[in-house]
Unconditional design. Sequence first.
Length: 184
Amino acid sequence: MNYKFIALTIITILLASCSQSPDVNLISKHSIGLLTDSTQIKDLQLVFPNDSIVKLSESNEFTNTINDIEIYENSGKKLLTLTPKKTFDSTSTIKSIQIHGEHFKTAKGLNSKSTFKSIKDNYKISSIQNTLKNIMVSVNEINAFFTIDKDELPAELRFDMNLKIEAIQIPDEAKIKGFYMQWY
């Protein structure tokens, strides 16, 4: 009698776990929803069946060829900008992603509308780079980096590109300007 109850309980648990679908808005080290670091360009329509996929191709004598792919909701809101590892190759995988849609979140709740406080409270900051107009905050734990506009920083940190900026100098309320993932 007890064996039947235990067997029935195990079967119920197995069936319940099989019916759970993956979170299509979860950002992890190797995926954003159903998009993974092994997804090929030719399979994007399967990953985003209800969204619009726009392939941008541009080349001129001053720049390399740009082969970005933008993903839009049907309402026209931009969700993601994807950069393939190889240009004009449908079997290529994704090299980098800019996350525009705020509904994409990490397991710790970080999204494109978060603040610096969300980054530092939830992740180990790997590095901070000082550029002309932004700072780049890298988090290797999730293969991500974030840009923060220097206008969000105190005045004494905005203009010297050689200045080493530490996490403690960045205000908690500094808004994320860009949320990027890199898959190597």
